[in-house]
Write a protein that binds this ligand. Structure first.
Ligand code: ADP
Ligand code: MG
Length: 240
């Protein structure tokens, strides 16, 4: 039987009394890579927040490797093994790359930073640079590297490619690929850059108005230009 890293079990969730997600039922297998696709405002970020404990769950359950974490706080979920990289790149601009990484150690020895540099050699080159001096792609590497130092079992990435040039996107996805292979972490990738997202992942989920409207393997969805046009508004971004 496949072990599910995350089970979003018929979850209705939102903020305060407002429901954004409606009976969303999804299972993300351990070690898998899942793309979550959909237009602006359909609830992709809310889905990640519901998993992370940053949204209000009105009904349903969130399970992490079988454990019911629905009632746990975001901090407790982080401790249980969920790493969340929000849509905003929240690095500390006045700290150096290395100092930023130190903030992700959570009590682990400083020497563990070497793991981050192994996975992202670019950050090693930039270790003494200030966060504000980094390019957008490097800032994204830094947020991901810092989150990985917490040794998450599941990594939630919210539009890491947003605002980055295509060539940087490809480079970043390559480093993510290396990272995912090296760590075996389960990755849930929310992304509007559909071609990159589908190339990196094995499974895809499409959301529309807070509901799951399609799911298949990523290669299959990449072939379905009709669906991509209907649900994302682009016929893939390969020719953009
Ligand atoms: N904190 C919030 N309070 C109330 N409504 C919100 C909040 N965050 C997002 N929303 C609303 O929830 C819907 C889904 O938002 P979001 O999950 O951010 O979509 P996506 O990430 O797919 O663009 C939108 O209509 C948005 O306006
Ligand atoms: Mg979003």
């Amino acid at each position: 039987m496949t072990i599910q890293a995350i089970h979003v079990d018929k979850v209705t969730a939102g903020f305060g009394p407002v429901n954004i997600l409606h009976e969303v039922d999804l299972q993300f297998p351990a070690g898998g890579r899942i793309a979550v696709i959909g237009r602006n405002g359909v609830g992709k970020t809310t889905l990640l927040k519901a998993i992370m404990g940053l949204a209000d769950i009105h009904s349903g359950r969130i399970r992490l490797f079988g454990q019911d974490i629905t009632r746990l706080s975001a901090r407790e979920r982080a401790h249980a093994g969920i790493g969340y990289v929000p849509q905003t790149r929240d690095i500390f601009p006045s700290l150096t790359v290395e100092e930023n990484l130190v903030t992700g150690l959570k009590g682990r020895p400083r020497s563990d930073i070497a793991e981050a540099y192994d996975m992202f050699p670019r950050l090693a080159e930039r270790r003494r640079n200030g966060g504000a001096q980094l390019s957008g792609g490097e800032q994204q590497m830094l947020t991901v590297a810092r989150t990985l130092l917490g040794k998450p079992r599941v990594l939630l990435l919210d539009e890491p490619l947003e605002g980055l040039a295509p060539i940087i996107c490809h480079e970043l996805m390559r480093t993510f690929d290396t990272m995912a292979r090296a760590t075996g972490v389960t990755v849930v990738l929310v992304e509007q850059k559909v071609d990159d997202a589908l190339r990196f992942t094995t499974d895809a989920v499409v959301l529309e108005r807070g509901e799951v409207v399609y799911r298949s393997d990523s290669g299959e969805l990449a072939q379905r230009q009709d669906l991509l046009e209907r649900y994302v508004g682009v016929a893939g971004d390969a020719h953009a």
